[in-house]
Design a protein around this ligand. Sequence first.
Ligand code: ATP
Ligand code: MG
Length: 506
Amino acid sequence: MLEPLLEVALDLSANLRPYERYRRLIAVARRMISCDAIALLRLEGEVLVPVAVDGLRGEAIARRFMPREHPRLAAILDANGPIRFGDVAIPDPFDGLFANRGDVLSRAHACMGCPLIVEGEVIGVLTLDAIEPTAFDAVKDETVAMLAALAGAAIHTTILAETLDELAVRNQLVARQLVREALDRVGGELLGMSAGMVRVRHEIEMLAGSDLTTLITGETGVGKELVAHAIHVKSRRRDKPLVHVNCAALPEALAESELFGHVRGSFTGAIDHRAGKFEVADGGTLFLDEIGELPLSIQPKLLRAVQSGEVQRVGSDKTLRVDIRVVAATNRDLSEEVRAHRFRSDLFYRLSVYPLHVPPLRERREDIPLLSGHFLDRAQQKLGVGQLRLNVEARARLRDHGWPGNVRELEHVILRAALRASEGRRDDTIVIHDEHLGIDSTDHRVGGPTAPAVKRSLREAVDAFTQDLITTTIAECDDNWAEAARRLGLQRGNLHRLAARLRHGS
Ligand SMILES: Nc1ncnc2c1ncn2[C@@H]1O[C@H](COP(=O)(O)OP(=O)(O)OP(=O)(O)O)[C@@H](O)[C@H]1O
Ligand SMILES: [Mg+2]
């Protein structure tokens, strides 16, 4: 039961967009509690604003709720912890907004809510609804309270990040500080004594002494981001910013302004001057992560900036010189992308001045014991438990597994196994067994939206299945939509449309 919560807790420290953070939180909540609708609302002044909803019609997200008009929301805001509503006389704030059977839900159904309290202050609410009136009878208050605590932390993190963001834009020093903190967080040491890793470390040393543009390639989870940080930290630019741009998360319409900045009034929403990532990285390193996902339309402009070292803010006719070193990373085969006309060949050649390939974990199994030991230490610190050890079978299992998710998968497997093995134990030494690794069970999802035995049409069943498959695949791909689309055999745009249609239930 703790596992999904751990995922959310880990997400909090990850560099996710707020929307993604909330969406993942809600997905986890639905896996833990079987319900038909769930909503996370943030209190902004007097108004409750939905930041993530599931099982409600799409328009719910655009609604604003005044607590005094919605007695249930007012009661949740006043409560100290989870509360349940049985009285059908008190209207539900989401009446008419439920994606399924709106009319049924508005009569008798199960409803729970919990205020989100951070440092003694109420900052929002979490609500859960189910068609089946007894659906929440077995749900413990503590479970909901824990979800609410995490939701509170997620919203709090966003509020802090927003404040920091504003400062960072005004003041490059703050940006630099943030970068340092991010660096500390990444922790940076590239472990491994295999021939493959020794070669990678050697190449890093060599590249760090130069300003060569570097393209880091390798499967997901092999450590590309860690390599990029190592190059920066060992280079003469180490005291200057390392600016991370996740190309997969750049919305096409805003990409140019994100990269190059804009001047006030250059487009709707450009309320102030803003520096782009190129400018912020001046003197340092610009890390273009997931470069294979960069929209084609932006590629020529990026190429020009990389080639000339000059950028122009959107809406300005002034050019600015920047001194940056470019490091890019991708888990795609870019030459294949070029052949398929999804990536421009001129940009590809410009970026791959020095290609650095990080080998998959299955090609350097000698590193598994060392990496496992490192992750066991980290798990021990994180969980505050006794010495963690692997028994012989567990070690053999780790050695023989295929590791499609590479080092990241190993890290997660060990953390989960440590959690399972140490549950309820205070021993000085905790031994992790083969079963704790959960490597062979292909499906360890708990319940899920399709769980309750409700009669429904084929279309509804197919939609529920599709939605579940999409959610799981996206989670497995660490929120990389492009990768998820590839695994599902869909175009990325179509995946977005399909997901939106299913979410909005139309
Ligand atoms: N050699 C290593 N030593 C220690 N930790 C490592 C090593 N390689 C990877 N890791 C850890 O594994 C996780 C995944 O690494 P990273 O994020 O760099 O992968 P990636 O190649 O960028 O993956 P993706 O393509 O999915 O973005 C991180 O937590 C990282 O710290
Ligand atoms: Mg990465």
